[in-house]
Design a protein around this ligand. Sequence first.
Ligand code: G
Ligand code: G
Ligand code: MN
Ligand code: NA
Length: 253
Amino acid sequence: QRTVRELRSPASHEQLVLMYQPKLRLSTGRVDGVEALVRWRHPTRGLLVPADFVPLLEEAGALRAWTSSILNVALDDAARWRQRGTPVGVAVNITAEWLQDARAVHEVLPALGLRSLPPSTLTLEITEQSLVADPEAAWRRIEPLRAAGVRISLDDFGTGYNSLSALHDFPVDEVKIDRSFVETVGGDARARALVKSTIALAEELGSETVAEGVETEEQRRLLAEMGCTYAQGFLISEPVPAERIDDLLASPG
Ligand code: G
Ligand code: G
Ligand code: MN
Ligand code: NA
C-alpha cells in the first residue's frame, strides 16, 4: 500500500532520524557508547517508532537500503564526536535479513575507513532470535567484520529459546541482558540469580555486558555490584537527538 511505496522511495531516507541512547560504563560513571534507534519523520503522520514501520520496511524489501543509510548517519555522528575529542562508540541494530545481503555487509569496513574511524567504534547489535534461522550463514558474514575489529553485540539476551547455544556458538563482544530481567532484578531472587550468572558467564567467555532498561538507582547499584559493564535505560537517559549527545559528551564528569 501507500506506506510500503513511500518506504521504497529514496526520498524517505531523508526523513530518517536517529535517536541515541547512552550506555553508561558502571565502573567509571561515564558514557562511552550510544545505541542508534531509528525514527521516521513521516510527512503527515509525525515521528514514527520502529514498531510502526520496520516490519513494513522488510515487507517492502527496503530494509537493506535503510540500514545502509542508518549506518552512514551513525558513522557521520561518530566521526564528529571523535573529531571534537570526545570519541564514543555507536551501536546499530541489524537484522538477519541485512546479514544475508553480502553487498550490504561489504559496505561496512569501507564506510568506517572513509571516516578514519577505528572499526571498534562500531558495534552491530543482533538479536539471538534473528540468528536462529541460519546461524552458520549469519556468522560467516559477521566473522570478517569482527576479525577487523567491529564489535558484535547479542541483543535481547535471554528471551530466545537458544540463549546458551547462541553464547556457545557466537564469540560476541557484548551481551545485552533483556529489560524483562532487569525490571525485576531488585525484587525477584530468581531474576537476580539469572542476571548475576549471565554476567559471570559472559565475563568468563570474554564478553562485556549491558543491562537494558535500567530505571532505578537500586537496579544500577545491584548491577554494578554484579560486575555488569554498562547500564542503559531511562535512569541514565531516554533516546535523545544527536545534539543532546554532543552536550552530554561536552559536560565534564
Ligand atoms: O526506541 P525503540 O522503539 O526504538 O526500539 C524498538 C525496537 O526497534 C528495538 O528492539 C530496536 O532493536 C529496534 N530498532 C531500533 N532502531 C533500529 C534500527 O535502526 N534497525 C533495526 N533493524 N531495528 C531497530
Ligand atoms: O531492544 P532495543 O534495545 O534494541 O530496544 C530499545 C527500546 O527500549 C526502545 O523502544 C527504547 O525506547 C526502550 N527503552 C530504553 N530504555 C528503557 C527503559 O529504561 N525502560 C523502558 N520501559 N523502555 C526502555
Ligand atoms: Mn538494541
Ligand atoms: Na534490546
